[in-house]
Design a protein around this ligand. Structure first.
Ligand SMILES: CC(=O)SCCNC(=O)CCNC(=O)[C@H](O)C(C)(C)COP(=O)(O)OP(=O)(O)OC[C@H]1O[C@@H](n2cnc3c(N)ncnc32)[C@H](O)[C@@H]1OP(=O)(O)O
Ligand SMILES: O=CC(=O)O
Ligand SMILES: [Mg+2]
Length: 533
């Protein structure tokens, strides 16, 4: 068998020989299927998105009224407010003390996957369950977790990402299996012993075959660790256009492990832009959840979940509260409005990105649900969604304003620089920006360049114009002394990377993949002594 190598780390309590062996066993069992499915994604992309339809091969699953998913686990019954965030030490404590019903510890959109971040995140999760998680801030503030904690769900990275610090015969292991495997290995039993379970959010799936792969991973992992089958639960994010056509099938594949679906609205919009490069959408703030194609997708999601006895969880209102009282009130109103729409449509709970929004989301769901833990009984049989409606994305803007163009340039540059510096979520201009929202900015810029979209000041968007704006943005930061040596390096790398990605002939799939491969895979790998070669 090929030798296993691991990058040096001080997290030897997390990367124990047994834990590495478990991750390697997962990757040896499922790595090849993952690669085949990624290849299938590439081949499928050649199909025109306009021709997408519900699959004929799985029609029987869709029309069969008799199957449902497993009943919700006791502590996943009431999910009216879920907070998300990276499992960074202080934020882990704040999220656990936030009063939310669920905390999603995020290794995907909100985490820049440096070796340090992915391993410290695992340690923080383990320490939280051991009751040893504490933190002292540089200003002396002490942080400790309280007693009434939310249920924890963990979002591993998507199938497309490798974890290059662990290699089998020189081949990087899957980042999904790495994050999932380490968490299950260290925390699975602890969660069961405290009356909960190992629960997951599964991001960026593109088909039910990818859900089947996850289900097979769960069955294998539970058996290997001696955990009863069906203990793992997982909520799948519907955040790609192809997955929207396979919601029933995704629930079906995972039915003994399913904990419903979530409307991952930002990645969904990103997926739509990527897959319909010909249809120019207006700036991000103007494509709201009431756009017909977004509405069709969320309505179908609620209906599909409730018909199968599963929770439908709403998406992220990406505003964060400001210190300015007027802006803070505006943000809360925006969140309230968004959550009201969701609960009225039948969602059973929703996401917030900040502890300051938990109360607002809870109030809205309390008002509607009262003492009921969810509204799965509302079957939404009135909803009929066709393939045409899911794809009903129309070119609504013929021109792009200078403000929109500069905003996308600024957010893309600042976010990619922050990500390269190790921060996967940042607040920019009152908005939460993470990998999904930044991808929207990046792909919109690509789309505007590739279609030569006119600006409202008379010139088309070109690569030259956007690269000039990137340089101007960087110059302003440099001139105002905002950049220290490290951030200047990250901004330089971000600008170079964006310049390449924005001028590719076809829209690059993810920025995180080349950014990771170019800038986060350093370190000499060493043989993993205890793992059999
Ligand atoms: C599209 C999607 O996938 S959405 C899901 C993925 N994205 C996310 O999860 C983003 C989560 N949110 C965040 O990371 C943060 O809210 C940010 C980065 C946007 C803003 O964070 P900050 O700049 O620290 O905001 P702010 O200064 O207002 O924070 C106030 C306090 O709340 C804490 N806080 C803010 N957001 C969170 C959170 N999501 N979880 C836990 N604690 C949080 C901060 O740590 C800070 O704590 P302190 O007062 O003890 O120092
Ligand atoms: O993961 C959530 C999203 O909106 O993207
Ligand atoms: Mg997402």
């Amino acid at each position: 068998m090929e030798p296993v190598t691991v990058a040096p780390t001080e997290y030897t309590d997390i990367l124990t020989p047994e834990a590495i062996e478990f991750v390697v066993a997962l990757d040896r069992e499922f790595g090849a299927r993952r690669v085949q499915l990624l290849d299938r994604r590439r081949r499928r992309r050649a199909t025109r998105t306009t021709e997408l339809d519900f699959l004929s091969s799985t029609k029987q699953i869709r029309i069969d009224d008799t199957w449902t998913v497993a009943p919700p686990a006791e502590d996943l019954m009431d999910r009216r407010v879920e907070i998300t965030g990276p499992p960074e030490r202080k934020m882990t404590i704040n999220a656990l003390n936030s009063g939310a019903k669920v905390w999603m510890a995020d290794f995907e959109d909100a985490t820049a996957p440096t070796w340090e971040n992915v391993l410290s995140g695992q340690r923080n999760l383990r320490d939280a369950l051991d009751g040893t998680l504490d933190f002292t801030a540089p200003d002396g503030r002490e942080y400790k977790i309280g007693t009434d904690l939310p249920t924890i769900m963990v979002r591993p990275r998507g199938w497309h990402l490798p974890e290059c610090h662990v290699r089998i015969g020189g081949r990087a292991v899957s980042a999904s299996l790495f994050d999932f495997g380490l968490y299950l290995f260290h925390c699975g039993r602890k969660q069961i012993e405290r009356g909960s379970g190992p629960y997951f959010y599964l991001p960026k799936l593109e088909s039910h075959l990818e859900a089947r792969l996850w289900n097979d991973v769960f069955v294998f992992a539970q058996q290997r660790l001696g955990i009863p089958r069906g203990t793992i639960r997982a909520t799948v994010l519907i955040e790609t256009i192809t997955a929207a056509f396979e919601m029933d099938e995704i629930l079906y594949e995972l039915r003994e492990h399913s904990a419903g679906l979530n409307a991952g609205r930002w990645d969904y919009l990103f997926s739509m832009i990527k897959n319909r490069p010909d249809v120019v959408l207006p700036e991000r703030s103007q494509v709201t959840m009431t756009a017909p194609f977004m509405r069709a997708y969320t309505e179908l999601l609620v209906k599909t979940c409730h018909r199968r006895g599963a929770h439908a969880i709403g998406g992220m209102a990406a505003v964060v509260p400001s210190r300015d009282p007027v802006a803070a009130k505006r943000a809360l109103n925006q969140v309230r409005q968004d959550k009201r729409r969701e609960v009225g449509d039948g969602f059973d709970g929703s996401w917030v990105a900040h502890p300051g929004l938990v109360e607002t989301c809870r109030e809205v769901f309390d008002q509607w649900l009262g003492f009921e833990p969810h509204q799965i009984v509302r079957k939404r049989e009135d909803v009929r969604v066709t393939a045409k409606e899911l794809l009903d994305v129309k070119a609504t803007a013929v021109t792009v304003s200078e403000v929109a163009l500069r905003t996308n340039v600024s957010v893309a540059l600042r976010y990619v620089a922050a990500w390269l510096g190790g921060r996967g979520a940042v607040a920019l201009g009152g908005l939460m920006e993470d990998a999904a929202t930044a991808e929207i900015c990046r792909t919109q810029l690509w789309q505007w360049i590739s279609t030569g979209t006119p600006t409202d000041y008379g010139v088309p968007v070109t690569a030259g114009l956007v690269t000039r704006m990137l340089r101007e943005e960087l110059d302003v930061l440099a001139e105002t002394g905002a950049l220290d040596e490290d951030s200047a390096r990250c901004f330089g790398q971000a600008r170079t990377l964006l310049t390449v990605l924005l001028t590719e002939r076809t829209c690059p799939e993810f920025f995180t993949l080349p950014a990771y491969l170019r800038h986060m895979t350093g370190g000499n790998l060493q043989p993993a002594a205890a793992v059999p070669a």
